[in-house]
Design a binder for this molecule. Sequence first.
Ligand SMILES: *Cc1c(COP(=O)(O)O)cnc(C)c1O
Length: 391
Amino acid sequence: MSTSTQILNSIPVDPQTGAISVPIYQTATFVQEAPGVNKGYDYSRSNNPTRSALESVLAALENGSTGLAFASGLAAIDAVLKLLQAGDEIIAVDDIYGGAYRLFTHVYEKFGIKIKYVDTTDVLNVANAIGPDTKLIWLESPTNPTLKISDIAAIAKLSKQCGALLCVDNTFASPILQKPLDLGADIVIHSATKYLGGHSDLIAGALIAKDAELGAKLKFLQNAAGNVLGPFDSWLVLRGIETLSLRVFQQSNSALAVAKYLEQHPEVAAVYYPGLSSHPNHLLAKSQLKAFGSIISFRLKNDTKAAATAFLQNTTLFHLAESLGGVKSLSCLPCEMTHKSVPETKRREVGITDGFIRLSVGIEETEDLIADLAAGLKVISQSRIKELALA
Ligand SMILES: *Cc1c(COP(=O)(O)O)cnc(C)c1O
């Protein structure tokens, strides 16, 4: 399911009242007719009708059996890790989301979970890393912030051969552009804070399991640990999903135009965007994604914090803020913001230098966005001319 028709059709009309918007069941508990006799709901941590409506839409969006809504993307990731036990090993993409890195390395390692980070853009690296304790393979594609692409279908085959689960963090692609479960993954997670919510107005997470048995285990963990999404935020995510397809395609179209604009700009040294033929895995991206998403990273020729800051402070449509995937365009300097906790040498290794900027393209008109970036870049050009004049 990925068209607007299918999405809108999957959101239920309230059977009791006919309300076209799913009601917000803001309740902790449900009155029982007799002990243990209820209408399918007994306590909102276990099940809540607003959350259930969202969870069935999530399952449909990713072609899974079970959808689960969590209080954040990291809470969804945490539930997957609770499937493991001491001694188990995870193989994870090296350019992993910083919060996932923190959870894996600084929380789960002390419970005896082992983690190997590898460059999963080469399937051979994954094959070589697999050992007898490998129980989970963790992918992001595209990654944050260097937009690396990994071959999900090929890595799914490896995971089947070694009996490990494959979990894909599909946040950057959204279910509109990529369906990892169809490519052989077992679990998909999302930070619903990003595209699913789509309006930068909530924190939420989603988890979708391919088969029902695994879905039931994860549902057990969701209830056992209690990291659930509340009814109001569930409703906000549902409302966001109604326009998901429209937003994602509009944002992807704009992003491609923006990436092409940046690529030819004299102040820009490199552009990272899977939709450009210069991207090292462009052909794989083309076969795996329906469009290339709205996140673009680029490096300034003047690769300094001063130049990057001048640029970031001189755009008006691109707001300087963490997060991505919303209707308003955002910009970010990863070395000072999202990736500050990554040691500098490691940051430089993956190309996150001082003048490395990440953009999240929103739904503003494409030509306005390009004009906004031009204004920011002009400030750098002007200061360079001044420097030359002073020299
Ligand atoms: C934001 C993000 C997360 C974490 O989600 P939260 O909702 O912030 O907890 C996980 N993975 C990726 C790729 C993200 O961008």
